[in-house]
Design a protein around this ligand. Structure first.
Ligand code: NAD
Ligand code: ADE
Length: 416
C-alpha cells in the first residue's frame, strides 16, 4: 500500500510531463535504469530519501523503484518541492511526503517518517535525515546498511559525526565525486542561481555589481555565470588561497565590509552562517538585493534583517522588501533559502544526470559491500567517477583518446 501526503494529487498529469522531459535529458541515469531493471538488484530493500523533490529527483526515485526497492521520499527543504512532480510520484507508487511551503514542524514530521519506516539505505541532501537518525532514532541505524550524502554541507556534518566517533553506518560522500561537484556545484548552481535571481526580480544583470560570498565550487560557478551576463563581480572569501585564485581569475576581491557599501546584488555560497549580518546590511545601498545559494538559510542573517527593519511586504513571489529605520529598502529573495531551488527549478536535468547516476551507483555499491564497511565517510571510487564521465561523454557523442602502450610505459617510468 502506497502512503503519501502531497499538496494536490490532481496535479499528477502536469508532473508526469515534467518527469518525462527530465528523463529525456538524463541519459546516463536512464541507461543505468535499463541496465538493472530486469535483475532488480534492490528487490526486498527499502530506501528512504530526503532530497529536493524535483523532476530530476523523480527520475532517481523511479530508477531505484525500477530496481526493485520500496522508495520513501521527503523534501530536503520546505520551499523546494515541485508539487506536480510530488503528485506524479505518489501516483507512481513512491511513498512521498512533501509539499511546497511545509512548516518547520511538517518538514521534520516528514523526516521522522523517513527514519521510522526502518530503511535499509538512506539518501540525504544536507544531512538532516542522517543527523535525525543519529540524535533521535538511533535504533533505526541497526538495520541501515549504509547511506549517501548529496551536498557539501551534509558531508561536513557527517565528517563531524565521524570525527566525534559517533557515526553509526557507512556513508558515501556523493558530493565529493568529481562527476558531482565539478559539474553540479559549479555549472548547475552557477546557471540555476542566475535563473532564480532573474525569475524573482527580472532585473538587468549587465553592469550590476554582484557580490559573491565564497569562492568554492558553488561560488566560482555563480561568479563565472554572473560575469557572463555582464555583471561586475566581486568575490569575498576567508581562505587566502581561494581568494588569490579569484583575484587571478580576474575578479575583484575584498572584505564583506567593503563590498557591502558598493554591491547591488549579494549571493552567499559558503555553507557558513552569518556571512551577511546587521553591520553589513546597515552599510548597503538603498535597493540592495540579497540571495543565498548555500544549503541552509543561515548565510544571510534574516534575524538581523528583521531586527533592523520597521516592516516588510511581498513585492512578487520570492521577492520581499524590507524597510529599514532610515527608510532604506533591502530586498530578500526566497526567504534566504536556496534561491535556485525556490525561485527557479534547481539545476538542469543534464547536470543532475551525473549527480544522481552517482547516487544510484553508490546504492548498488552499498548493497554489495555495505555490510563489510565500518561506519565512516567514504569517497566514491575513481572507477565509478570515470564510468559516469565516460557514459556522459558517450551520450554527448564525444570520443576521447586512449593511452597507447608506449605512452603508458612512458608515464610509469622515471627514465626519459
Ligand atoms: P566549498 O567548501 O567548495 O566552498 C565554500 C567556500 O566558502 C570556501 O572557499 C570557504 O573558504 C568559503 N567561506 C566560508 N566561510 C566564508 C565567509 N564567512 N565568507 C566568505 N567565504 C567563506 O563548498 P561548495 O561546494 O561551494 O558549497 C557551498 C554551499 O552550497 C554548501 O552549503 C553546499 O551544500 C551548497 N550547495 C548548494 C547547491 C544548490 O543547489 N544551491 C548545490 C551544491 C552545493
Ligand atoms: N539540487 C540542485 N538542483 C537540484 C535538482 N534539480 N533536483 C534535485 N536536487 C537538486
Amino acid at each position: 500500500m502506497v502512503e503519501y501526503k502531497v499538496k494536490d494529487p490532481s496535479l499528477a498529469g502536469e508532473g508526469r510531463k515534467k518527469i518525462e522531459w527530465a528523463e529525456t535529458h538524463m541519459p546516463v541515469l536512464m541507461l543505468l535504469r535499463k541496465r538493472y531493471s530486469e535483475e532488480k538488484p534492490l528487490e526486498g530493500y527499502r530506501v528512504s530519501m530526503v532530497l529536493h523533490v524535483t523532476k530530476e529527483t523523480a527520475v532517481l526515485a523511479r530508477t531505484v523503484k525500477a530496481w526493485g526497492a520500496e522508495v520513501y521520499l521527503a523534501a530536503s527543504n520546505p520551499l523546494s518541492t515541485q508539487d506536480d512532480v510530488a503528485a506524479a510520484l505518489a501516483e507512481d507508487g513512491i511513498n512521498v511526503f512533501a509539499w511546497r511551503g511545509m512548516s518547520e514542524g511538517e518538514y521534520f514530521w516528514a523526516i521522522e517518517k523517513m527514519a521510522s519506516v526502518n530503511p535499509d539505505f538512506v539518501v540525504d541532501d544536507g544531512g538532516d535525515l542522517h543527523v535525525y537518525i543519529h540524535e533521535k532514532k538511533r535504533e533505526a541505524a541497526e538495520k541501515i546498511i549504509g547511506g549517501t550524502e548529496e551536498t557539501t554541507t551534509g558531508v561536513i556534518r557527517l565528517r563531524a559525526l565521524e570525527k566525534a566517533g559517533r557515526l553509526l553506518y557507512p556513508v558515501y560522500a556523493v558530493n565529493d565525486a568529481y562527476t558531482k561537484f565539478l559539474f553540479d556545484n559549479r555549472y548547475g548552481t552557477g546557471q540555476s542561481t542566475v535563473d532564480g535571481i532573474l525569475r524573482a526580480t527580472n532585473i538587468l544583470l549587465a553592469g550590476k555589481r554582484v557580490v559573491v560570498a565564497g569562492y568554492g565550487w558553488v561560488g566560482r560557478g555563480i561568479a563565472m555565470r554572473m560575469r557572463g551576463m555582464g555583471a561586475r563581480v566581486i568575490v569575498t572569501e576567508v581562505d587566502p588561497i581561494r581568494a588569490l585564485e579569484a583575484v587571478m581569475d580576474g575578479f575583484e576581491v575584498m572584505s564583506m565590509d567593503e563590498a557591502a557599501k558598493i554591491g547591488d546584488v549579494f549571493v552567499t555560497a559558503t555553507g557558513n552562517t552569518d556571512v551577511i549580518r546587521k553591520e553589513h546590511i546597515l552599510e548597503m545601498k538603498d535597493g540592495a538585493i540579497l540571495a543565498n545559494a548555500g544549503h541552509f538559510n543561515v548565510e544571510v542573517s534574516v534575524i538581523d534583517l528583521e531586527e533592523i527593519s520597521t516592516g516588510k511586504r511581498l513585492i512578487r513571489p520570492y521577492l520581499e522588501e524590507y524597510r529599514l529605520k532610515d527608510g532604506k529598502r533591502i530586498y530578500l529573495l526566497a526567504e534566504g533559502r536556496l534561491v535556485n531551488l525556490v525561485a527557479a527549478e534547481g539545476h538542469p536535468s543534464e547536470v543532475m544526470d551525473m549527480s544522481f547516476a552517482n547516487q544510484a551507483l553508490s546504492l548498488l555499491r552499498l548493497k554489495d559491500e555495505g555490510r563489510n564497511l565500518k561506519p565512516a565517510v567514504y569517497q566514491v571510487p575513481r572507477e565509478q567517477d570515470e564510468m559516469v564521465a565516460r557514459l556522459k561523454l558517450e551520450s554527448m557523442g564525444i570520443r576521447i583518446d586512449e593511452l597507447t602502450e608506449k605512452q603508458k610505459k612512458y608515464l610509469a617510468s622515471w627514465k626519459i
